[in-house]
Ligand binder design. Sequence first.
Ligand SMILES: CSC[C@H]1O[C@H](OP(=O)(O)O)[C@H](O)[C@@H]1O
Ligand SMILES: Nc1ncnc2[nH]cnc12
Length: 294
Amino acid sequence: MTQTTIGIIGGSGLYAIEGLESAEWVSVETPWGAPSDQLFTGMLDGVRMVFLPRHGRGHVHTPSTVPYRANIHALKALGVTDVFSLSATGSFREEMAPGDFVIVDQFIDRTFAREKSFFGPGLVAHVSLAHPTCPRLSDVAEEAAKAEGINVHRGGTYLAMEGPQFSTLAESKLYREVWNCDVIGMTNMPEAKLAREAELCYASVAMVTDYDCWHPDHDNVEVSTIVQTLLGNADKARGLVRRLPGLLGAERAPCPHGCDRALEAAIITGTEHRDAEMVRKLGVVAGRMLSGAG
Ligand SMILES: CSC[C@H]1O[C@H](OP(=O)(O)O)[C@H](O)[C@@H]1O
Ligand SMILES: Nc1ncnc2[nH]cnc12
């Protein structure tokens, strides 16, 4: 048994969480540059919490400039074991209405201008992403949402687009009608990929703000309308977060789905061929698999 440390990545509209004891903002340096912001740490119901605003306080990072690798590295460096990602999304489903939450379980990655892996030349790894979210954390997120009276949908495919512009109507229809996606956002990829490489359990909670531009009875998405819905969603998200420590508990057993052992069958570069600098940079994220190498 180890200790649970919950990481919360707050998306658009969620730049702080409340109620932590002994709370402080801490700076973390990483070999991948600076994270989006300082990280807010403290205790909630006997469980250590670490919160990171994905776009930084004041929303300064675009979806393309969010330093995803530095963010996941910083969470891992602070001992985080379980990550809940909260994100604003458009919806492709009539029944997934603005104000509803969707516990995402699949992604289609259409992003193209981001670093997507901690690994690279001199240290190559291929983790499985068949099931990119952790069912154990997703159960907890669903239970917390229900306890808060949030209209929550279990399961959904998140289309990750590059942005920052919203989709064209043709794209929106393609994602909805042909690719069968449920929600759309700009940030969960490569975040979920990197969490898996860092052997962190990861759950994604999509907070629906709009119907993108496909819905004949709703206006095309605009930031001003998103912000209105986001204010309500962020209150709901803070309620959900408050329930997580009680549901997860302070003691942590190995993940029954193997998220925390994802690298065990993934690293392919032979020990004697590994690049020493890469091994050094990967010390925090993959050190347990690399000790003695390089
Ligand atoms: C403010 S609208 C577009 C913006 O909102 C979403 O952010 P996040 O995923 O961090 O909640 C979307 O991905 C875009 O970055
Ligand atoms: N319609 C949409 N498209 C992409 N990202 C979003 N975030 C919130 N709504 C969105």
